[in-house]
Write a protein that binds this ligand. Structure first.
Ligand code: DMJ
Length: 512
């Protein structure tokens, strides 16, 4: 399976380099490349993400390192330094640029600079911090989104060359505005410049302080000009997912107690208002646990769909130490995967049908499968990973790469391979199976960004050299407790078979 996962990555990556580079993405059916949609500037599905900066190459850098291909990694770094330039008259989304490009550049830089050389001698002899400078340049181009916001919540888009576009839309999602602190914090601490982290933290504070006074919940869409909520949906998926994720991961990385306080309050509120079903994952009776979307003001059920991004929440629960709950959340999305062979973007839990039927090769299920395997070492998760890999090969492999599923119902395809397929889906599959990988043997040394980029945890990132003479932040230990998973659990199914049968039957699966 290690070799199969590697093959999957190289099939996508090599085809991108042959048919698409230096454009941003690969069209895996037509065997061609794709850049921004200049004919239709309002096509934000494409233009939010593609900015003419070799996106897929940049997003793939650390996967090459993790897979152990030093030569290809060095070649890729050379190409990035030779080709990538952010001085472009393109309007892109702050969040996407941050997680896919700034995160990728910082991760590759940090892996090269690691004196322990965990993935070999990655640093080309000529390397002199060029990727860090690129990340710095790009982050500076995003700053107008923060500087010109009257509330501190960033505008969602900037023109990389000209700053804030005239008549900019100010409507932004909570995750978009509030998932910058990991990358911006690392950048600030690497450069000794508090500006980036300061803006990202300010955005988080404003969002946090805007939570409902009655429920403590946040909505999914907010106006960055007025600070008014425009979307009252509160849930774990689209619009909110990485906001929670970054509160926890930022705490793990920087040790700031406030991040953990916010995360744990948010986590308790989520459990109180969104969770339905039997109280314990592996005990008692009742429906399989489900986290529903609720209204942020009343806490009442808001929609009857859940979305595929919510599958990542099980991974966050693992990091938070709530492993039993993670097992249950994962089991639901795994059962859904078995129904369709991939995951629908939205699924209606009342009608038991796909509400929004596309699947753009997203990583969330394999990501939480990987994290659950690390936490439990149960071979069950290796089997889940194998099924995921096999169905990706069955349904999405095309002549020149892996393609977005247009409809999970009829398995028709669209000619697009998003960069997160290589940076996340393939990376997590590979790491799931490569049990001796340095990352897995030193799991506590790293944090994965929301785009799957690997960031080393290091005491130097607990320093703010612009504060207190740069002394380490020692006040970071909280009373968080992590539930240990008993060794004997390794030999049983992580979730009792009667509960697996229950969820499978509910979803109409014939076999389980
Ligand atoms: C990725 O860009 C990131 O994982 C993000 O947090 C959510 N969307 C995609 C993958 O689905």
């Amino acid at each position: 399976m290690v070799q199969e996962a590697k093959k999957m990555f190289y099939f996508g990556y090599d085809n991108y380099m042959i048919h698409a580079f230096p454009l941003d993405e690969l069209n895996p059916i037509l065997c061609s490349g794709r850049g921004p949609d200049y004919d239709n500037p309002s096509n934000i599905n494409i233009n939010d993400i593609l900015g003419d900066y070799c996106l897929t190459l940049v997003d793939s850098l650390d996967t090459l390192a993790i897979i152990g291909n030093v030569t290809a990694f060095q070649e890729a770094v050379t190409e990035v330094v030779r080709t990538v330039n952010f001085d472009k008259d393109n309007v892109v989304q702050v969040f996407e640029v941050n997680i896919r490009i700034i995160g990728a550049l910082l991760s590759a830089h940090l892996l090269m600079m690691d004196p322990k050389q965990p993935f070999g001698d990655l640093k080309p002899s000529w390397y002199d911090g060029e990727l860090l400078h690129l990340a710095h340049d790009l982050a500076s181009r995003l700053l107008p989104a923060f500087e010109l916001s009257p509330t501190g919540i960033p505008f969602p888009r900037v023109n990389l060359r000209r700053g804030l576009p005239p008549h900019s839309v100010s409507e932004t999602c909570t995750a978009g505005a509030g998932s910058l602190v990991l990358e911006f914090g690392l950048l600030s601490r690497l450069l000794g410049d508090p500006v980036y982290e300061g803006y990202a933290r300010r955005a988080n504070k404003v969002l946090w302080n805007s939570r409902s006074k009655s429920t403590g919940l946040l909505g999914n869409v907010i106006d960055s000009k007025s600070g008014e909520w425009l979307g009252r949906l509160s849930g774990l998926g689209a619009g909110l997912d990485s906001f929670y994720e970054y509160l926890l991961k930022s705490y793990i990385m920087f040790g700031e107690p406030d991040d953990y306080k916010m995360f744990s309050e948010a986590y308790n509120t989520i459990k109180m208002y969104m969770r339905r079903g039997r109280p314990h994952c592996n005990k008692g009776s009742g429906d399989h646990p489900l986290y529903v979307n609720v209204d942020m003001l009343s806490g009442a059920v808001h929609t009857s769909w859940i979305d595929s991004l919510q599958a990542a929440f099980a991974g966050i629960q693992v990091l938070h130490g709530d492993v039993e709950e993670a097992i249950c959340v994962h089991a639901l999305y795994y059962a859904l995967w078995k129904v369709y062979g991939v995951l629908p973007e939205r699924w209606d839990w009342q009608r038991l049908s796909a509400d929004v039927a596309f699947y753009p090769l997203r990583p969330e299920l394999v990501e939480s499968t990987y994290l659950l395997y690390q936490a439990t070492k149960s071979p069950f998760y290796l089997h889940v990973g194998r099924e995921i890999l096999e169905s990706l090969n069955n349904y999405t492999r095309t002549k020149c790469g892996y393609a977005t599923v247009h409809s999970v119902v009829d398995k028709s395809l669209e000619d697009r391979m998003e960069s997160f397929f290589l940076s996340e889906t393939c990376k997590y599959l590979y790491l799931l199976f490569d049990k001796d990988n340095y990352v897995n043997k030193n799991f506590g040394r790293f944090v994965f960004s929301t785009e799957g980029h690997l960031f080393p945890i290091d005491a130097v990132f607990r320093n703010k050299i612009w504060q207190n003479g740069g002394g380490p932040n020692v006040d970071y230990v909280t009373n968080a407790t992590c539930e240990a998973v008993d060794a004997e659990r390794t030999y049983f199914l992580p979730i009792k078979s009667r509960y697996l049968v229950q969820i499978s039957k509910t979803l109409g699966l014939q076999e389980y």
